[in-house]
Design a protein around this ligand. Structure first.
Ligand code: UTP
Length: 298
């Protein structure tokens, strides 16, 4: 595997949150998908917590119309805090929503032309630095005692540099819904990426390893996106731009030691909610008993 790539630290992350969230309508008519809560934290909060754990300082949200609640969520709620203080309520529950002034930047994607286009909209803020990308509807949960997905990726990046994507194995019949990698040599959790294809037909898929919502990319991807036309589904695909960089820069996949829930789908969202509830000490016993009752087991 190549070892002479950019190792500039990853301090910036782009959160594309300009999608329409049509699979969750009517819930997402006036509320962004990223604000739907899994238990008591909106999806975007899980992604931001994961970013901060990985040492990321600047959060770049690519937003669109109707997405202001996301920015409000990370603002200081002065009246709320004053009232809570007056009532002697602890404020630590709001701690994860505090961002250092100046460390949250938003740019608009005026028309949702696809993920690749959303990332390109952040080019001026990203500048000439490698950066992370989080798709907040993919919830990545660390195993007990282990670190989050992006922290694992940053550790891998510190060794190999270049570009990294997180991947996971899915049943073959599901590959045509995702970006799929053509894998090369593997070493532990790291696999060389030889090719990438967005939403291939099952028979054309180079593997059953899919890209799972976390990326570390070199800034050159912005120049590729600049000149790129539409791909699968009539959208500007990030996968197509990344595929152009293979062979010019190191490109690796990291298999996350943890769990991933696809909260962009309804069943994935329910699964995430149940799984996290069953892990939380304040809820687990009650939820387990409830699930047994619902399944007719007691
Ligand atoms: P999805 O494919 O899940 O689309 O986007 P969506 O609009 O969010 O949801 P559905 O399919 O209509 O229910 C994957 C990620 O890319 C962002 C989304 O916000 C999500 O984080 N995205 C997608 C953009 O920011 N802009 C786009 O033009 C498309």
């Amino acid at each position: 595997m190549t070892n002479h790539a950019s190792h500039k630290p990853i301090k910036k992350a782009v959160f594309p949150v300009a999608g329409l969230g049509t699979r969750f309508l009517p819930a997402t008519k006036a509320i962004p998908k990223e604000m739907l809560p899994v238990i008591d934290r909106p999806l975007i909060q899980y992604a931001v917590d994961e970013a901060r754990e990985a040492g990321i300082e600047q959060l770049i949200f690519v937003t669109g119309r109707g997405k202001t609640a996301i920015v409000e969520h990370f603002d200081m709620a002065f009246e709320l805090e004053t009232t809570m203080k007056d009532r002697e309520k602890a404020l630590d529950v709001l701690e994860p929503t505090r961002i250092q002034p100046g460390n949250l930047v938003t740019v608009r994607q005026q028309v949702p032309l696809g993920l690749g286009h959303a990332i390109w909209c952040a080019r001026a803020i990203v500048g000439d630095e490698p950066f992370a990308i989080f798709l907040p509807d993919e919830l990545m949960i660390a195993n007990k005692g282990s670190t989050g997905c992006m922290k694992q990726m940053v550790e891998a990046y510190n060794e190999v540099g270049g570009n990294l994507i997180s991947v996971l194995e899915v049943p073959e019949e599901e590959v045509s819904s995702y970006g799929v990698i053509a894998p090369g040599a593997s070493q532990g959790a790291l696999t060389e990426v030889k090719g990438l294809v967005e939403k291939p037909r099952r028979e054309d898929a180079p593997s059953n390893l899919i890209i799972s919502g976390r990326y570390i990319l070199q800034p050159e991807v912005m120049r590729v996106l600049e000149n790129q036309g539409k791909g699968a589904g009539g959208e500007v695909q990030l996968t197509d731009a990344m595929a152009q960089m293979i062979g010019h820069q190191p490109f690796h996949a990291v298999t996350f030691a943890g769990r991933r829930y696809d909260c962009g789908s309804k069943t994935g969202f329910v699964e995430a909610t149940l799984a996290i509830a069953l892990e939380r000490e304040d809820m687990a016993d009650e939820v387990r008993a409830m699930a047994r009752r619902l399944l007719g087991e007691g």
